[in-house]
Design a protein around this ligand. Sequence first.
Ligand code: G6P
Length: 319
Amino acid sequence: MIPASLRALLDATDGQRRADWAGREVWLAREPWGELAVSLQGAQVLHYLPAPGAAPAEGSLPFAGAPAAGASQSPEGLVPGGWLWVTPTPQALPGAIRGGIPLCWPWFADERTADESPDHSGPMHGPARKADWRLDAVDEHEEGVELHLSPLERLHSQLVPRAVIQANARRLHVELVTEHVGETPVKITGALHSYLAVADAQACRIEGLAGARYLDKLADFAEREQQGELGVRGGLDRIYHSNAELILDDGRRRLRIARQGSDSAVVWHPGDDLPADTPAEAGRHFLCIESANTRLDPVWLVPGAQHLLGTTLSLASDP
Ligand SMILES: O=P(O)(O)OC[C@H]1O[C@H](O)[C@H](O)[C@@H](O)[C@@H]1O
């Protein structure tokens, strides 16, 4: 589900091009394999939709395909279509866009280290999601596309990040690679903060977490164990200590979420307590399932080493 204005830009795209959306430069593709939209602010994927017929049928899904020509938009300005969700009322620059797959780097939430932010004032989720990134390369890849991006400015004294985004008719894959180019070991956390489009967050089920230990951020990080599979009811903000493949079932689509380099799966929905940039009706239609490194699995990088944090989305019906 994406804002109607972004949908209109995609509709006017034949092949690949750059455009302006919400004050940000975006890279758009509308090709035989499907659609992709990426914001150069934050190297943030905003939209992915495999072409109808290119991927296996999903049944009758209200949000599975692009809207029919002339379909009316909801009052909030969101239109169905795609696996990701973007708020129809994003913050103005230099704020970050809520939606798609923001890159949280080099720390998750407020888990900054003293090195990174000596006065503890660094932004929530790190500077990468608000920074300007450059598109270094666009390659054809497995009958789809592969994008390489890097930040325009240095974001850390010892670490250099880059992002790789692969999209084809079957899957979306995003990876955030951190290279240590300095002299002393550095501890990092971070997240690929995926906002997944769902019919109704409060009717979603996530498979793959039964028996996993988690930190409940809404209960002062109390440690708990997941009893059975997770059914979302109300607001939740949890860090699961798990590297398992997950399936998000919203009753209409079963999305497989694989993670690489991540032993923390963050599951977040604010319930009725929505952020200021999210209208009530729109807020029902996302659920965040994040491929993360958190206080449960921070990564110590030594000089010369690199770390890859990744996520791969595909349909659970696909092999
Ligand atoms: O509002 P943001 O800075 O984008 O953060 C949104 C959310 O991100 C993560 O999922 C955290 O676990 C939440 O505690 C936080 O509220």
